[in-house]
Write a protein that binds this ligand. Structure first.
Ligand code: HAM
Length: 445
């Protein structure tokens, strides 16, 4: 019987693994330089952690299970509830602000499609304990710092920003009842993902004629702060409450300006986010060409920690998955070509010299240098090619000169230059630049 990987999962063979490590290293580097500390939690949690506050969509995508004691559990589909639970457990003792990051493996039982899998990795950045819009702005700065880190400029990617308080104000004016706000957000979140007539039908089913879709639709087209001003000025009574939310949005954009990232940022009323717990600023990162699903998304969640049984503590943060960003970078030709990493490849010039070569391998490894060699005795030419295929920085040949004078011949595989050095000197610093091209060494190969 043949086995295949389960639907929506990936095998990471070494070449794919190198790219994953490259990406997660970039996430860690950016997190640390922005002042965030790493945390992690368990890969499964009590089911209720997700069914209480994340919203229907995530709840319908849970991989749930029951342990032998009959407890209902779920594999984590997102990190924010775990973060909330962990902070709540030590709310009194953790120094504020809490600036944490994590790179969890997550599972969602979604229908696998472009940009969406059932198992993926997601970088999370969160700032807990700060009410100030400065925290919202800083979280966006970190997202932009990452875009820059992987070579995406403002012409390649955009952070589309909105406020749930603003949307709530407009929806309230349009007579969406407070207890149906979550439903309205969930439907508006689908705007860019499903055809407009399908959305209209879903809206009609949820709200009937009480709140006509025609009244909602203009919301989705408001882009840029100027357009927002115009829309509010032009609305006949309907958007009055929204006006009161304007200063908060403007304050955010001022901070983004101070951080020097406005060219990456755009106000966009169509961004409401699918998760239920957001209460304020919300945002999503997209490729400018809009050929892909969201690269990442986040926002402010001021009630989640309290709703999970802790003290009232505000939070703001975002998640970026590994799938869409990899697609975007591949398409833009911005993924690096990564070879295996090896400092030294040791070659025995003949079978008799193998014991000396193995001695050298062991000494180099003890010195902390990544070192490999061939199990099979082959010609030096073939082994030099093997060294190069492995991405080794140096090949070192143990040959006649080793027997006679305890010298080794070194080939720098990046420059092609060859040198000869004393065994001990080489072991002490195998990557040191050699002497100028040694003619004798060149001729002996
Ligand atoms: P989210 O919008 O559900 O937010 O996910 C954020 C990002 O994770 C998405 O934009 C996408 O890149 C990636 N992602 C989500 N689902 C999948 C999937 N099935 N396959 C591949 N990638 C996926 C959250 O998860 C929030 N908890 C983020 C957050 C942190 N908010 C505040 N703090």
């Amino acid at each position: 019987m043949k086995f295949r990987a389960a639907k929506g999962t990936r095998d990471f063979y070494p070449d794919a693994m190198r790219l994953r490590t490259w990406l997660t290293d970039a996430w860690r580097r950016v997190s640390l330089r922005n002042g965030f500390e790493e945390y992690d939690g368990p890969i499964f949690e009590h089911l209720e952690l997700y069914t209480t506050k994340s919203g229907d969509e995530i709840a319908s995508q849970l991989f749930d299970l029951e342990d032998r004691g009959g407890r209902r559990l779920a594999i984590r589909p997102e990190m924010t509830p775990t973060l909330g639970r962990m902070v709540n457990a030590r709310a009194q003792s953790l120094p504020r602000p809490i600036k944490w990051f994590s790179v969890p493996r997550l599972c969602r039982a979604e229908r696998p499609q472009k940009g969406r899998l059932r198992e993926f990795f997601q970088w999370n950045i969160d700032i807990v304990g700060v009410d100030d819009v400065l925290a919202d702005a800083e979280s966006i700065l970190v997202a932009v710092d990452f875009l820059r880190e992987v070579g995406l400029g403002p012409e390649d990617a955009v952070v589309r920003i909105n406020s749930r308080r603003l949307v709530a104000a407009v929806l309230a004016d349009l007579r969406v009842p407070p207890d149906r706000m979550d439903k309205a957000y969930a439907l508006l979140d689908k705007a860019g993902k499903i055809p407009r007539d399908a959305l209209q039908a879903m809206w009609k089913e949820a709200f009937g004629d009480a709140v006509p879709f025609d009244a909602i639709e203009p919301l989705l087209g408001v882009e840029g702060l100027d357009h927002l001003h115009e829309a509010i000025r032009g609305a006949k009574g309907g958007w009055a409450a929204a006006e009161r939310e304007l200063p908060a949005i403007e304050a955010l954009f001022e901070k983004l300006d101070s951080f020097g990232i406005t060219e990456y940022c755009n106000f966009d009323m169509a961004i409401v986010r699918g998760l239920a717990y957001y209460t304020g600023v919300v945002y999503e990162v997209f490729d400018r060409g809009q050929a892909h699903r969201a690269i990442g998304g986040g926002g402010r969640y001021d009630n989640l920690l309290r709703d999970l049984g802790g003290p009232a503590m505000p939070g703001v943060g975002f998640g970026v998955g590994d799938v869409v960003i990899t697609d975007v970078l591949t398409e833009a030709g911005k993924l690096p070509v990564l070879k295996g990493e090896l400092d030294v490849y040791v070659i025995a010039a003949d079978a008799e010299l193998q014991p000396r070569a193995l001695e050298l391998v062991a000494q180099l490894r003890r010195g902390g240098w990544s070192t490999d060699f061939s199990y099979r005795a082959q010609s030096v030419g073939k082994l030099l090619r093997a060294a190069s295929d492995r991405g080794a920085r140096r090949a070192v040949i143990v040959g006649q000169e080793t027997r006679d004078e305890n010298l080794v011949t070194i080939k720098d595989l990046t420059t092609g230059q060859q040198t000869r050095r004393d065994w001990a000197a080489f072991v002490a610093a195998p990557l040191a630049a050699g002497d100028e091209g040694d003619e004798q060494a060149r001729r002996s190969l």
